[in-house]
Design a protein around this ligand. Structure first.
Ligand SMILES: Cc1ncc(COP(=O)(O)O)c(C=O)c1O
Length: 402
């Protein structure tokens, strides 16, 4: 079923999505089809398959089998406006696959300055080597962004909110400008997922998600996906086939399992994150809480207007302090692991310094005290928020005690 025709609630849609009877058989979930070779009934059937490159058809292991098809279809159903979804072995592979599907040598890519670091590196590394030029832009400065378009500008890469620094941009406005100039808009929609931000409905042409995060939800698999409408889905699909991208059926089954409970997990981690963020905002050690879901945040109005949900990921900036003090804080935490990924059931804390990965946006922000610049990103999991707050309180005590 193409995304967007189902008007039921998110939790119901996540439970039902992709569960075609022909794939599940008499059980609830599609079995794990481990398969490289698909056996044809006859030479005539093998020859017919050569010209039948469509989703949901057996051909050869790289085109998947019902376990992967069920996951791809589930994600398509949850993304209004999508006709199909391509699965990739990681979120970064999905980012690369989507960009390679729409860019050619000589093209210019406009890349939002607060994008996930490997997305930035894709622009300055792989794409540069291919003859694609990347220009970073401040997604909050729409007038400057508009002026960047010219005949070679072919694609725009967005992320909302931005990685680590969590700025919320006006995605529909940025996409509309790109469309007016004949450029394609792609978004890294990992933070909100299609349930919290129906990216294609809001004007994006391709929605990319790291399934490693919320869809998995259990910190035990790596996977990515890109969903699009008709024309671009065909380009995504053929490019991924040419690149030989495939995901394991075992991981697809795990991702499907995670997907079923994702709306509940997101709801809970969002509520807990807001509680922890409010508590942090009242602390003397904290200069800024960066959480667009929180009333009073500079991104709150756009989040409220465009998003139907959020998640447990947000950041804060310490008042003054040096790196040793910040290390004392995170080293003391017992419930928060120190780690890069996020979206799992367990909470994480990640110190960050973005000075080196911002070209068009200032850090610290122009209206801040210059010494308030050391950040910590939190991924709030499913623990009791009071316990997380107590853990952070112990961390702050350790930070103060030199
Ligand atoms: C915003 C964002 N996009 C994409 C990715 C990449 O996902 P993966 O780890 O599945 O490659 C990450 C990983 O941290 C991320 O934070």
């Amino acid at each position: 079923m193409p995304g967007g025709e189902d008007k039921r609630g998110n939790a119901t849609r996540a439970v039902e999505a992709g569960r075609r009877k022909v794939w599940t058989g008499p059980v609830v979930n599609p079995p794990v089809w481990r398969a490289s070779t698909h056996i044809y009934e006859s030479e005539a059937e093998r020859k017919a398959a050569l010209t039948n490159n469509r989703d949901g058809q057996f051909y050869y292991g790289r085109r998947g089998a019902p376990t992967q098809w069920a996951l791809a279809e589930a994600l398509t159903e949850l993304e209004p406006g999508a006709v199909g979804t391509v699965l990739y072995p990681s979120g970064v592979a999905a980012i690369a696959g989507a960009l390679l599907a729409v860019l050619s040598p000589g093209d210019v890519l406009l890349l939002s300055d607060n994008s996930y670091e490997p997305s930035r590196n894709m622009g300055t590394g792989l794409l540069k080597r291919m003859g694609v030029e990347t220009r970073f832009f401040d997604p909050l400065d729409i007038d400057a962004y508009r002026k960047l378009f010219f005949e070679r500008t072919k694609a725009v890469w967005l992320e909302a909110p931005g990685s680590l620094t969590m700025e919320m941009c006006d995605v529909p406005a940025l996409c509309a400008i790109a469309r007016d100039h004949g450029a394609v808009s792609l978004i890294d929609n990992t933070w909100a997922t299609s349930l919290g931000f129906p990216a294609l409905e809001r004007g994006c042409d391709i929605s990319v998600t790291s399934l490693t995060k919320h869809i998995s939800g259990h910190s035990d698999l790596m996977m990515g996906a890109a969903s699009a409408g008709d024309k671009l889905y065909r380009r995504l699909r053929i490019t991924s086939q040419q690149l030989g991208q495939v995901v394991s059926p075992d991981d697809a089954a795990l991702a499907l399992r995670g997907l079923r409970t994702m709306p509940l997990r997101l709801e809970r981690s969002t509520q807990s994150a807001l509680q922890v963020a409010d508590w942090l905002a009242g602390r003397d050690e904290v200069a800024h809480v960066l959480c667009p879901m929180r009333r009073g945040d500079s991104g709150y109005a756009l989040w409220k207007r465009d998003f139907a949900g959020g998640c447990g990921l947000f950041s804060f900036v310490l008042k003054g302090q040096d790196e040793a003090a910040r290390a004392r804080l995170v080293d003391k935490l017992e419930l928060f692991g120190i780690g890069y990924s996020w979206g799992g059931f367990e909470s994480l804390a990640l110190p960050f310094d973005v000075d080196r990965i911002r070209d068009a946006m200032a850090w610290p922000k122009p209206n801040w005290n210059a010494e308030d610049r050391l950040g910590v990103r939190l991924s709030i999991g499913l623990e009791d928020p009071a316990d997380l707050i107590a853990d952070l309180e112990r961390g702050f005590a350790a930070m103060r005690n030199t």
